[in-house]
Design a protein around this ligand. Structure first.
Ligand code: ZN
Length: 457
């Protein structure tokens, strides 16, 4: 799968990079060839939204387990989020601690997002100079104390600094107002928090719509690169379309769970499906697919956000506790090992070619994160990050297919299409699945892409 489309070819690699893509008959006889037959060779996937939670919360996930899951899922580059780790990555000292924690542990390559929180605007340019890929912020409580949400006044202080760096600001776009009002209404009417419908009603579309309207306004005034993470409501698409027409420097991502699951199908008590913003209706899902096809949504990221099973409240973990309550369960869906198959299953149903999917999960995310000189395509000069992907094979998802710390998944037991047979990181095979026998590299050789920004040094 090259940037020009799908074709029969030999990919030549040397010293970590791709040196040529040519027809197999042009390859000299001295070069050893690994013939993949009819299996597709795709560029390694790039995930711009991963929560590895290290240092500090390795009982949830970590660089070793999370990047192992990434390699198994066909991801060769991930960009780690600045929260749910301790300390949160909101200043240079915390960035150094994360770098130390990651060193020698990662099975795939990575870059790091910095955090924009209440009052840290003076830390943003130093973080950019130290090589973060950009910044993440929340407009609503992010689920853990320590990474504070910011309001418009605070954003006004932060975005001029971010604009100077030339790096993107990634925003969790939900505002608390509509959510607080909905929750108060639901509690006043004694709503049942084991029902998915209650959770969905507690996070109305308006929370996303109000947040996005405010962000577009700010983007218009300050011209920073705005990236909206995990868009869930299709009702925002007209606003996004208008902003693009206007030429605002913005990008939008959505996630596999919004493109695969529907509110109608989530059983009550099934808190594995809890994430924020929530999974919405089947009709909404179809509109998100249409928006991807039309280029209104730029890319797909996993939002891989694992936690220990107890935090999902699948069973009661303490006396007096009720299992399956959506208000008490942690919001987050782990998916590094499953995202590609989940997405390809949906593409196959809709007749969307694999080359199109590659734009959303490899090429465009690499551009957004500033990594496109190295990753995101099979082309000469790029890092030899490759995945042998059997697009015809199907399998039933079982715990042994998940390589992250806690083998839980909302997709368990589903029949999915597409199997990762091998993953190469900079020319070396780091994962192989031969008829179900899995081999992972013994030595983690993943390294960081520290990025340069537009600030003068
Ligand atoms: Zn996230």
């Amino acid at each position: 799968m090259t940037p020009d489309g799908e074709r029969d070819a030999a990919v030549l690699m040397e010293d970590e990079r791709i040196v040529a893509v040519k027809s197999a008959s042009e390859v000299s006889a001295e070069i050893s060839l690994d013939d993949l037959g009819e299996i597709a060779l795709i560029p390694g996937l790039v995930d711009v939204h991963t929560h590895l939670n290290e240092p500090g919360r390795t009982e949830w996930e970590g660089f070793a387990t999370g990047t192992r899951a990434a390699a198994a899922g066909g991801f060769t580059t991930i960009v780690d989020m600045p929260l749910n780790c301790l300390p949160e990555t909101t200043d240079v000292r915390a960035l150094e601690l994360k770098r130390e924690a990651a060193r020698g542990q990662a099975m795939v390559d990575y870059a790091l997002w910095g955090g924009a929180v209440d009052g840290n605007q003076q830390e943003l340019e130093p973080l950019a100079l130290e090589g973060v890929a950009g910044f993440k912020c929340f407009l609503i409580y992010p689920g853990c104390d320590g990474f504070t949400e910011i309001d418009r006044a605070n954003l006004e202080l932060a975005v001029p600094h971010i604009a100077r760096t030339g790096l993107p600001l990634l925003v969790h776009a939900e505002l608390a107002g509509p959510i607080d009002a909905a929750v108060a209404r639901l509690n006043a009417s004694d709503a049942d928090w084991r029902k998915y419908a209650t959770y969905l009603a507690s996070r109305p579309d308006e929370a996303e719509l109000e947040a996005i309207a405010m962000l577009l306004d700010l983007c218009r005034a300050h011209r920073f690169r705005l990236h909206i993470v995990h868009l869930s409501t299709a009702k925002a698409l007209p606003m996004i379309r208008a902003a693009r027409m206007e030429g605002l420097p913005m990008t939008v991502e959505t996630c596999p769970h919004y493109l695969h699951c529907t509110a109608e199908e989530i059983p009550d008590g099934a808190t594995l499906f809890k994430c924020a913003p929530p999974i919405r209706s089947a009709e909404n899902r179809e509109q998100l697919w249409r928006a991807l096809m039309e280029g209104e949504i730029d890319l797909i990221a996993t939002d891989h956000s694992p936690c220990p099973p107890g935090m999902k409240r699948l069973t009661a973990t303490a006396p007096g506790e009720e299992a399956g309550r959506f208000d008490e369960a942690w919001g987050g869906i782990p998916s590094l090992s499953t995202a590609l198959s989940v997405l390809w299953t949906e593409c196959a149903v809709r007749g969307i070619p694999l080359t199109k999917l590659m734009e959303w999960v490899s090429n465009t995310p690499a551009k957004m994160a500033g990594l496109s000189a190295h990753v995101g395509a099979i082309a000469p000069g790029m890092h030899a990050n490759l995945v042998a992907f059997d697009k015809e094979a199907t399998f039933t998802l079982a715990p042994e297919h998940l390589h992250y710390r806690h083998a839980i998944s909302p997709y368990m037991g589903e029949t999915l299409r597409g199997v990762v047979r091998s993953t190469w990181l900079r020319g070396e095979k780091v994962y192989e699945n031969r008829e179900g026998r899995v081999t992972l590299a013994d030595t983690p050789r993943g390294r960081e892409y520290a990025l340069s920004c537009s600030l003068p040094r």
